[in-house]
Design a protein around this ligand. Structure first.
Ligand code: PMP
Length: 436
């Protein structure tokens, strides 16, 4: 019966669409009231190609990941060469040049003190590992340190530990609140990226740490740019205060660079805006140039030694696909590719195009604010979007933009050209005009 179903499945397009709508969950969706989906058959450079041949200019880098665009010759070559050698081999008791080489590259490009690397499967899992690292660091030393301090408006992933440090109110995770560890949250820094620095925005950070530091193992945050929680850009000086207070109160500083890493904000890592070195850093998304899922957690000597001389003596995590040879090989190629061109000036140029075409959209009635940092452009609206309707309009305009909540945002591949940025912004302007 099962086989018959497979054989009789008709792979024509309308059947596929129906099957997908009825059986396949897409991110954050319902199966009884599904959102429409678009079939992509090919992706190349900055374009996604629909089944009917329509080409859409990509404004999303597939959720921060595809920084070099799609179908990248150097990355394709890395994958196909590797696949001939070995796609996967367990990491327990085995090493290979791809994982070792990637660890070396990550140690070279992240802040100096981060010298030890753990490979994980996805961003959320990297966050889980980072929390485990902090808990293990303190276990047996200061047994009261079992909680974390995080920022409201922050987002760190969809697994349980990650949800417990993600904004408890704004995020959809509030439906799981009964099952989550209760952590401490403070307001996100009110001082914006382009504002003059206001030290008062650290008052809550200081007072919560002062009162609860004996319970707090780590402060976890997305440096400078809060992504999924609101595309909010805050002042880098805040990170310096976090570093100083963490040192003072014996709390670890965890920087989640999963979205911001690999040049996205105009610096290699967003921590570089403040010149701070966290104790633990998570990276993912663009790590493989968006080719496949892989993440990494880096830590400094203090954390590494604390874990290894602690109660367990080992870091208690070891996923099946840890250090996967294909993923680590393509990640090496992606980092090498990034370092092979003047990515800083590419991101700066994209930023200037976004300032030229996207910032002026703030004059429309529906718009609360527009903002730009590096290759990120945000149009924050006064009221939420109708996602399906807007998506349809964008596809009609020849662009791929996926709005959510009150945000229409762009995170552009670093190879995009001015004409493509203009097209994306014009498509956004069209929906703003229609609403006005
Ligand atoms: N941290 C941050 C800052 C993120 O933006 C995301 C993903 N949007 C995650 C963690 C989780 O990563 P993943 O979706 O790969 O699990």
């Amino acid at each position: 019966m099962y086989f018959m179903n497979i054989q009789t499945f008709d792979y024509n397009n309308s059947d596929q669409e129906k099957f997908d709508l009825e059986h396949v969950w897409h991110p954050y969706t319902s199966l009884t009231n599904p959102l429409p989906t678009y079939e992509i058959v090919r992706a190349e450079g900055c374009c996604l190609e629909l089944a009917d041949g329509t080409r859409l200019v990509d404004g999303m880098s597939s959720w921060w990941a595809c920084i070099h665009g799609y179908n990248v010759a150097k990355l394709n070559e890395a994958v196909s060469q590797q696949i001939e050698k070995m796609s996967h081999v367990m990491f327990g008791g085995i090493r290979h040049e791809n994982a070792t080489g990637l660890a070396k590259r990550l140690i070279d490009i992240t802040p100096e003190s981060l010298q030890y690397v753990f490979f994980a499967d996805s961003g959320s899992v990297a966050v889980e590992v980072s929390l485990k690292m902090a808990l293990q660091y303190f276990s047996g030393r200061i047994s009261t340190k079992k909680r974390f301090l995080a920022l409201r408006g922050g987002y760190h992933g969809d697994t349980f530990g990650a949800m417990s440090v993600t904004d408890p109110v704004g995020s959809m995770h509030s439906i799981y609140s009964d099952f989550l560890t209760q952590n401490y949250f403070i307001s996100r820094p009110s001082c914006r990226f382009y504002d003059p620095w206001d030290p008062a925005c650290c008052d809550e950070l200081y007072s919560v740490l002062k009162e609860h530091h004996e319970e707090i193992a780590g402060v976890i945050l997305e440096p400078v740019v809060q992504g999924a929680g609101g595309m909010y850009f805050y002042h880098p000086e805040f990170l310096r205060r976090v570093r100083a207070y963490c040192d003072y109160f014996n709390v670890l500083f965890i920087a989640d660079e999963i979205a911001t890493g690999f040049g996205r904000t105009g610096k290699m890592f967003a921590c570089n805006w403040a010149g701070v070195e966290p104790d633990i850093m998570t990276v993912g998304k663009a790590l493989t140039g968006g080719y496949m899922t892989l993440s990494a957690v880096l830590c400094n000597r203090k954390v590494m030694e604390g874990i290894c001389t602690g109660k367990a003596g080992v870091l208690m995590h070891g996923p099946t696909f840890m250090g996967n040879p294909l993923a680590t090989r393509v990640a090496c190629a992606s980092v090498d590719l990034l370092l092979s061109f003047d990515w800083k000036s590419s991101v700066r140029t994209i930023e200037s195009w976004l300032k030229k075409y996207l910032l002026p959209l703030s004059t429309y009635n529906w718009v609360k604010e527009t903002r730009v940092l590096g290759s990120i452009g945000v149009v924050e609206l006064k009221t939420p979007v109708d996602m399906a309707a807007l998506q349809k309009s964008f596809v009609k305009s020849g662009v791929w933009i996926r709005p959510f909540g009150r945000l229409i945002y762009l995170m552009l591949p670093y190879i995009i050209n001015e004409e493509q940025v203009r097209l994306l912004c014009t498509a956004i302007e069209k929906v703003l005009i229609e609403k006005d």
